[in-house]
Design a protein around this ligand. Structure first.
Ligand SMILES: *Cc1c(COP(=O)(O)O)cnc(C)c1O
Length: 392
């Protein structure tokens, strides 16, 4: 079958691939420790489920406005005001089928063939693929481990060409969990504004920040920064709602309207009753989120501790999200591996631990471990990694 060029260039999501393989092994009855998943291991809080259930019973099972129900748009607008000090009218907001879909719609609405988008490495697996589908060109700059995997304003500046249209910022980051400081962001914003570059700020891990650090949105820095930022956010990560497919974007009204028009001919509205669940998530108690955060901090500390005790593995302690991104290059070398994909594959087959190889995030020396798993599973998984590395 001859396929369109735009899809033949796609690489399948490596995170979903490893999860599929480990699920398959589990189905065969094997005792697999899955540390690959990019989703919280907690259930969606009950009050959110009940709100969706009520909406269904009350007949809210029909098409809604493409951009989302007015109550939810209003609640998102209030969330921006309350949490970020940002003012967005409901016309500057679109509710989408997950944050992923918001990003996809954005690039489809923004890019002409050959337009460049700067993507810091390590990146979330879908960014380059979405840019390519929209016929844009990903331009990579490397966030070095010595700088906690973050890029500098100077690096951004060097990557800019007359074709640069946008940059993707993701703080806290998937896969590294790193967060940018206000100072670092201010310097990057200055460069972007000087070159008229749109900042795509993926803030989906905004609520998962530890040790008293604060989330900073680049849109808050100045009027110009606000006008040149599109914020991407969603329900999946803060409210354990990955399966609900609920995300949103906020920014320039003309751009958001284009995204709405595109949705109107592709997905139409996001699922009606899931929108009512999201409304409850934003306006109801935030206690389940606080509970989840307390749990994540404990696990992060333990995981980083245990990993650093393994010879040949070193792991930074990140301040956000629910991932660590240990450097496994010494262990690989000692064991005779020259590719992290093969290392992760053998780890899965021999010790039955699923990690995501760093290659999917643009990094050949690392692997991503998700600590969205119970402490018991985490300890068991890391002990198995230790055994695997000891094999030599
Ligand atoms: C999970 C994730 C998203 C969006 O996920 P959805 O489930 O589509 O909302 C976006 N960006 C990053 C970096 C993520 O990890």
């Amino acid at each position: 079958m001859k396929l369109a060029k735009r899809v033949s260039l796609l690489s399948p999501s490596p995170t979903l691939a490893i999860t599929a393989k480990s699920n398959e092994m589990k189905r065969q009855g094997l005792d697999v420790v899955g540390l690959g998943a990019g989703e919280p291991d907690f259930n969606t809080p009950t009050h959110i489920i009940e709100a969706a259930e009520r909406a269904m019973r009350e007949g809210r099972t029909k098409y809604t406005a493409t951009a989302g129900i007015p109550e939810l748009l209003q609640a998102i607008s209030e969330k921006f005001e309350r949490d970020n000090g940002l003012t967005y009218s409901t016309k500057q907001i679109i509710v989408t089928n997950g944050g992923k879909h918001a990003l996809y719609n954005l690039f489809m609405s923004l890019l002409d063939p050959g337009d460049e988008v700067i993507i810091p490495i390590p990146y979330w697996v879908s960014y380059p693929e979405m840019v390519k589908v929209a016929e844009g060109v990903p331009v990579f700059i490397e966030g070095y481990e010595a700088n906690a995997f973050k890029v500098t304003a100077q690096q951004v500046k060097t990557a800019i060409t007359p074709r640069t249209r946008a940059i993707i910022l993701n703080s806290p980051s998937n896969p590294t969990g790193s967060i940018y400081t206000r100072q670092e962001l201010e310097e990057i914003v200055e460069v972007c504004l000087a070159h008229n570059i749109l900042m795509v700020s993926d803030e989906i891990y905004e609520k998962l920040i530890y040790d008293g650090h604060e989330h900073v949105s680049v849109a808050t820095f100045s009027k110009e920064a606000y006008e040149n930022t599109v914020i991407i956010n969603g329900m999946s990560k803060p409210y354990s709602m990955t399966g609900w497919r609920m995300g949103y974007a906020a920014g320039n009204q003309t751009l958001i309207q284009a995204m709405v028009d595109l949705s109107s001919h592709s997905t139409s509205n996001p699922t009606s009753f899931a929108q009512y669940g999201s409304l409850a998530a934003l306006t109801g108690t935030q206690e389940p989120l606080e509970m989840m955060k307390r749990e994540f901090v404990k696990r992060r500390d333990r995981v980083v501790d245990l990993l650093n005790q393994i010879e040949g593995i070193s792991c930074l302690k990140p301040e956000g999200a629910f991932y660590v991104f240990p450097n496994v290059s010494e262990a690989m070398k000692k064991m005779g591996y020259d590719h992290v994909d093969k290392w992760c594959e053998d780890l899965l087959v021999e010790q039955k631990v699923a990690l995501v190889p760093g290659s999917g995030f643009g990094s050949a020396n690392h692997a991503r471990i998700s600590y969205a798993a119970s402490m018991e599973q985490l300890e068991k998984g890391i002990e198995r990694i230790r055994q695997f590395v000891r094999r030599g």
